[in-house]
Design a protein around this ligand. Sequence first.
Ligand code: UD1
Length: 370
Amino acid sequence: MNILHVVGARPNFMKIAPIMGAIARVGFARQRLVHTGQHYDASMSDVFFSDLGMPRPDIHLGVGSGSHAEQTAKVLVGFEAVCRDEHPDLVVVAGDVNSTLACALDAAKLCIPCAHVEAGLRSRDMTMPEEVNRLVTDRVCELLFTPSPDADENLLKEGTDPAHIHLVGNVMIDTLMAHLPKARATGTPERLGVLPGSYAVMTLHRPSNVDDRDTFAGLLDAVAHVQRFLPVVFPVHPRTRSRLDEFSLTPRLTQMSNVKLCAPLGYLEFLGLTSQAKLVLTDSGGLQEETTALGVPCLTLRENTERPVTVTHGTNTLVGTDPQAIIGAADRALASRCAPRFVPLWDGHASDRIASVIQSWWSASARSVA
Ligand code: UD1
C-alpha cells in the first residue's frame, strides 16, 4: 500500500507525525510525505521536524503565502502532479488549513481515496476560512477520523454515511503525551525570564482578531489588565507581527512592562511553556485541546469554537473579544483551581487506532478488487 501524507502549515505537523509513526510500527505501507510549503519560516516549519523526530518531506511544493485563492490554487496544481507521479492508494490530510482542502480536492477529482484526520469539527461560522475548508474536505473524503462524539454528530446531521466515520480520539494529544517530559526539560519559562506556574501565555493569529484594528486594540486593553497581576508571554505569529506594525500597535504592547514578546516557538519549547503556565489566552484551535489535557485554564478569545468538548469536558472558557469580559474571566480563572481533564479517547493512542482502521480498510479494498 502506498500512502501519501500531506503537511502544509504549523498545526499539521503534530497531527501527521504520530500517524506516520503508528503506521511505520505496524509496517503495512510505504509512506511518503508531501510538504506544501504553506508555512516556510524555520520557526513555523523546520523546527517541528526536528522536535517531533519526523521524516523530512519527500516532496516539497514550496507554495508560500498569498491570498486564499492563490495559495489554494498553487497547492491544487502542485499536488495534482504529485498524485499523478506517485499513484497513492490513499492520501492523508489533517486539520482545516488551505493545504488540507486543496489536497483533498485533488484526491477526489483523481478518484484517489482520501482520509481526513480531525474530521467533523464545526464552528458554524462561515466567515472563518477554516470552516469552509472543514466542510468541503469532509464532503470529499472517504475515511473520516473524528476526535470526539460531537464531530460524529455533525457529520451524521450533514448526511454523511456512518460507514465513513471512525471515532478515534485526538492525535494531537498523542503527540503531547509522547513529548511532555522532553518539553518540560527545555527550561523555556526560565529562558524567557518567568517562573514556572506564575505566568500567562497568549497567542493570537485569527484574521477576525488581528486583521481588525479595533478588535486587536481591545484585546490589548485586556492584556494590559492581566499583565498587572502576572507576566504574559506572547510568542508573536508572523501575521500578528505585521498587523501590530501596520496598526501602529507595537509601541502600546512594548510599553507593558510585564509582557514578554518573543518569536514563534518550536513544538517542544511551546509545550514546555504552556504546560507550566497559570493561564492561557488564545484564539488557536489546537491550544484549546492541549490546555484541556494539561489542566491549564484556557480563555478562548473567540465568539465560537469548533471544539465544544474542550468547554464541556475541559478547561476551556469561550470568552469572546470584549475586553471587560476577558478581564472578568481572567480574574475568575486565576482565583480558581484547575486539573487535567480526560476526554474519552484522548489517551495517547488515537494514531494507533487510525493505523488499524487504515489497515483494515486496505485489506477490505483488496478483497473487493479480488
Ligand atoms: C494558517 C491557517 C490557520 C492556522 C494557522 C496556524 C489557513 C486558511 N489558515 O493561518 O488555520 O491556524 O495557519 O499558524 O490555512 N507567514 C510568514 N511565514 C510563514 C508563514 C506565514 O511570514 O512561514 C506570514 C505571511 O505574511 C502570510 C501570513 O503569515 O501572509 C499568514 O500566513 P497564512 O498561511 O496565509 O495564514 P495563517 O494566518 O498562518
